[in-house]
Write a protein that binds this ligand. Structure first.
Ligand code: MSP
Length: 531
C-alpha cells in the first residue's frame, strides 16, 4: 500500500472568530497538500479546532451559552471559512469528538499505569483573576506581582504531573541525531529548540481541578480533574489518524495508523517551544514511538500589522472572511502565499494584496493569457501547430529548464513564495518574448520564414501558459481550471486522466492542431476605493 503524505495544521482555538493568521496557516498547508497531489502522492490532510480550555469556558460564560453550543457556533465559522478559501482537507479534528476523548483518556490511563503520570502538591502564589499559579518569572522589576494579576493568595493545590524532565536527555540526543537535526524547518528554529531543551527542568502539570475548570476531558483515573489543554490538543494528530491507545508497541498499531504516520506538522513560531518541540516528542517517546517515527515540523512566521502583533485589544485583527468577499478567495490566497518569506514574519497590508494581484495576476499572467489567445484566434483561427521540443528556440528552452529547476528546489522546504516567484518571472519572460518577436509584424509579412516564426511563437506562448497553470494550481486552483478551460485543454481532448500533474509539466504536450478557446478576463484588475 503506498504511504500517504500526512500533513496537519495546528488546531485553532475556538474562543473567537478566525483571523488572518489562522487563514495563512491553513492555506499554506493546503498548498503543500495540493503540490503533493500534483506529484501523484496520496495525501491525508488533517486540520480542525481546539475546543476545550479556560478561555473557551470564560468566553462561553460571558455570552451566557453552554460551552458546547458556544464552540459549535464558532467551529461552524471556521468550517465555512475553509470552504470559502478552498482549503481541501481529508480529516477534521474537533477535540470534543468522542473518538478523540476516548483516545486522550486511553493515553492518560496508560501513562498513569506506567507511572509516567503522578500526583503532587503545588504550593505558591495564585492569581485569582488569571486563575493560575505565579512563578518568579511573573514578578516585575520591583520584585512584585503587577496589578494585572489582581488579588493574590497563597494556595495549595493537588494536581497530576507528566514526567517531562525524565526524558530530557533522550530529547537532546534525538535532536543531535541525523533525523533530529533536520526535524524542524527552518533550521534556525531547530537551534532555538535545542537551546530551550538544554534549559528544561521540571515536569508538566496536566490537570486542573474541576472546581477551577470543568470544560475539558476528565482524567480517567480521577474524575475530580480535567486534562489541561496542551495534552488534549496535541493528541489530535494521532487520535484522528487512527491511533489505538491500548497498544503500547508502535509496530502493533493498526496498519491504517502506521501507514499515515509520521506527520508533517505545520505550526506557527509561537507554539514550537515548548508545546510541539518539547511536550509532543516527549509524549510520543513515552508512548513508545521510536525515534524514526518522530514527526517533522514546519514552522512559519507571523503576520503582523505595521510591525505590531494583531490583537483584539488593539482592534487591528484582520478578518479573512470579509477580505475574501471583497477581493475573492484566490486574490487572498495568492497574497498570503507570495508576500511572505517562508519562516519569517510579514506585515499584512490590504494595499499590498491589491498590488500583488494587479501586478502579478492581472498585468502579468492574465495579460499573457489574454494576448496569446487573442493572437491565436486572430492569426490562426484558434488552431496551433506543434513545435517539437527539439526545434524549440534556445531562449524558450533554457527559460523553461530554469523554471522547473527553481520550482523543484522550492518544494522540499515548502517555500511557496519562491515557487511562485519562479513562475511569475517566467511569465514576464514570455510577455517580453511576445514584445521582442512582435507577432503583429510577423502576421503582416508574407515571407514563409516570418509565418513559420509566428506559428512557433504562438505555440511557445500557449504551451508556456499550460505549464504555468499546472504549477500555479496549488495556490490558485480555480484560476488554473479557468486557464485550462480557455486553452480548451479538456480532459477528453487531452486524452489523459490527469491534466493537472507534475508529469504534465513537460514541454510540448499540446498536440498539433489543438484549437484553443476564446480569451476572457480571468484576473480583472482590482480598483481601490479612493481613501
Ligand atoms: N490551539 C492551539 C494550537 C494547538 S495545536 C495542537 C493554538 N491555537 S491558535 O488559534 O492560537 O493558533 C493556531 C495557529 O495559528 C498557530 O499555529 C499559530 O501560530 C497561528 N497563528 C496565530 N496568529 C498568527 C499570526 N498573526 N500569523 C500567522 N500565524 C499565526 O495555538
Amino acid at each position: 500500500m503506498p504511504k500517504p503524505f500526512y500533513i496537519t495544521t495546528a488546531i485553532d482555538y475556538t474562543n473567537g472568530a478566525p483571523h488572518i493568521g489562522h487563514a495563512y496557516e491553513k492555506v499554506l498547508a493546503d498548498v503543500i497538500a495540493r503540490y503533493h497531489r500534483l506529484k501523484g502522492d496520496e495525501v491525508f490532510f488533517l486540520t480542525g479546532v481546539d475546543q476545550h480550555g479556560q478561555k473557551v469556558q470564560q468566553s462561553a460564560e460571558k455570552v451566557g451559552l453552554p460551552p458546547q453550543q458556544f464552540v459549535d457556533e464558532i467551529t461552524a465559522k471556521f468550517i465555512a471559512l475553509w470552504e470559502k478559501l478552498e482549503v481541501r482537507y481529508d480529516g477534521w479534528a474537533a477535540t470534543t469528538d468522542p473518538l478523540h476523548k476516548k483516545c486522550v483518556q486511553g493515553i492518560l490511563q496508560r501513562l498513569y499505569d506506567e507511572e509516567q503520570i503522578y500526583k503532587d502538591k503545588q504550593e505558591g502564589y495564585y492569581s485569582v483573576r488569571q486563575e493560575q499559579f505565579l512563578t518568579d518569572k511573573e514578578r516585575g522589576s520591583d520584585g512584585e506581582f503587577g496589578p494585572q494579576w489582581g488579588e493574590i493568595e497563597h494556595r495549595t493545590e493537588e494536581n497530576y504531573y507528566f514526567r517531562l524532565a525524565q526524558h530530557r536527555e533522550w530529547l537532546l540526543g534525538y535532536l543531535q541525531s541525523e533525523r533530529g537535526r533536520d526535524c524542524v524547518t527552518p533550521h534556525f528554529r531547530q537551534v532555538e529548540l535545542v537551546n530551550a531543551v538544554e534549559k528544561l527542568s521540571g515536569d508538566l502539570c496536566i490537570s486542573r481541578p474541576k472546581s477551577r475548570l470543568s470544560w475539558g476531558i476528565e482524567l480517567p483515573f480521577d474524575r475530580d480533574y480535567v486534562n489541561y489543554v496542551w495534552f488534549d490538543a496535541l493528541t489530535n494528530y494521532i487520535s484522528f489518524a487512527g491511533y489505538d491507545p491500548t497498544i503500547s508497541s508502535f509496530i502493533l498499531q493498526p496498519s491504517s495508523f502506521q501507514n499515515k504516520w509520521p506527520a508533517l506538522h505545520v505550526i506557527g513560531k509561537d507554539i514550537l517551544i515548548p508545546a510541539h518541540g518539547i511536550y509532543w516528542p516527549i509524549m510520543l517517546h513515552a508512548l513508545g514511538f521510536p525515534d524514526e517515527q518522530m514527526p517533522k515540523l514546519l514552522v512559519h512566521g507571523w503576520w503582523n500589522i505595521s510591525g505590531a502583533k494583531m490583537s483584539k485589544s488593539l482592534g487591528n485583527v484582520v478578518d479573512p472572511d470579509s477580505l475574501a468577499d471583497k477581493y475573492g478567495a484566490e486574490a487572498l490566497r495568492y497574497y498570503l502565499m507570495s508576500d511572505i518569506v517562508s519562516g519569517k514574519d510579514a506585515d499584512f497590508s490590504e494595499e499590498r494584496l491589491v498590488e500583488r494581484h494587479n501586478s502579478d495576476l492581472a498585468n502579468s499572467l492574465g495579460n499573457l493569457l489574454n494576448r496569446t489567445l487573442n493572437m491565436v484566434q486572430r492569426y490562426r483561427g484558434g488552431g496551433l501547430t506543434r513545435v517539437s521540443p527539439e526545434r524549440t528556440s534556445a531562449d524558450v528552452t533554457s527559460g523553461y529548464t530554469e523554471l522547473v529547476r527553481r520550482f523543484e528546489a522550492a518544494l522540499p522546504t515548502h517555500e511557496s513564495n519562491r515557487a511562485i516567484e519562479a513562475v511569475i518571472e517566467n511569465v514576464s519572460f514570455f510577455n517580453g518574448f511576445i514584445d521582442a518577436n512582435a507577432p503583429w509584424a510577423l502576421a503582416k509579412s508574407s515571407a514563409p520564414s516570418d509565418q513559420a516564426r509566428l506559428t512557433e511563437v504562438l505555440y511557445d506562448c500557449t504551451e508556456s501558459i499550460r505549464i504555468f497553470a499546472i504549477l500555479i494550481s496549488p495556490v490558485l486552483p480555480a484560476a488554473a481550471e479557468g486557464i485550462f478551460d480557455q486553452l480548451n485543454w479538456k480532459m477528453a481532448l487531452a486524452g489523459r486522466e490527469e491534466r493537472f500533474s507534475l508529469g504534465e509539466v513537460k514541454w510540448g504536450q499540446l498536440p498539433d492542431g489543438h484549437v484553443v478557446g476564446k480569451p476572457m478576463p480571468l484576473f480583472p484588475r482590482i480598483e481601490r476605493d479612493p481613501a
